[in-house]
Design a protein. Structure first.
Length: 226
């Protein structure tokens, strides 16, 4: 059981059951509770300093979200991420990111271009320092800003619906692998096309960026299970 799970602060403004649910959920998304790891109610309750009842409620809610699976006569486990899960999400994301980047190239403001360049530079610094959490944070900021610049709220909402799964497999399978120098170059190409308001080139590089990510993650998944 992950050492990252710790005692709950009972003074938190949220209801206790929500604090517990969010804590376990975050541990799964961040890869602190790993795919296939068993969730023991007693151990979780002891670590978090609560009774088993809110733990059980949290696990049931996480099952509804697809983050936990219940195995008959064996208990609850963190849901695995399959190759098909990854491919399905990235196929959708390639199309969405391509559209968002195309629209951003047409609609982005000068201040947003400056911010996009700033984030790109910060991403590169995180790569140089091998700061995984910083890399992931800046990557999310990079793509979120592009979606914002697309000026399409529905597209942004759909993107938000799949963000957590993208974040989860990115953390789990890229912790021991560093393709981010290539990612940094791809970000720069996307920014260059957006800055030039070249929507065709922007879309092309955005789609290629996701396809390269798919290849890298699938390769890492295959190597980690071979």
């Amino acid at each position: 059981m992950s050492s990252k799970i710790s005692k709950i602060d009972i003074n938190d403004y949220q209801p206790l059951r929500e604090v517990i649910f969010n804590s376990i959920r975050e541990a799964i998304i961040l890869g602190e509770l790993k795919p296939g790891e068993r969730l023991m109610e007693v151990q979780l309750a002891e670590k978090m300093g609560v009774s088993r009842t809110p733990i059980r409620e949290a696990i049931r809610k996480l099952e509804l979200e697809g983050l936990v699976v219940m195995v008959p006569r064996k208990g609850a486990y963190v849901a695995d991420l399959t190759k098909k899960d990854i491919i399905d999400v990235l196929e959708v994301r390639a199309v969405m990111d391509g559209l968002a980047t195309q629209l951003a190239a047409e609609r982005i403001t000068e201040s947003e271009i400056k911010e996009l360049n700033k984030i790109t530079e910060q991403f590169s610094l995180c790569v140089e320092k091998n700061n995984l959490q910083g890399i992931i944070k800046k990557d999310i900021e990079f793509h979120d800003l592009i979606y914002k610049a697309s000026r399409n709220e529905k597209l942004s909402q759909i993107n938000n619906n799949i963000q957590e799964m993208i974040y989860r497999f990115r953390v789990v399978y890229l912790k021991n692998y560093n393709p981010f120098r290539d990612v940094s170059k791809e970000h720069s190409r996307i920014v260059e096309a957006i800055t030039e308001h070249n929507s065709t080139e922007a879309q092309k590089w955005a789609v290629m960026h996701i396809k390269n990510q798919e290849y890298t993650i699938i390769k890492e998944l295959k190597d980690s299970t071979s």
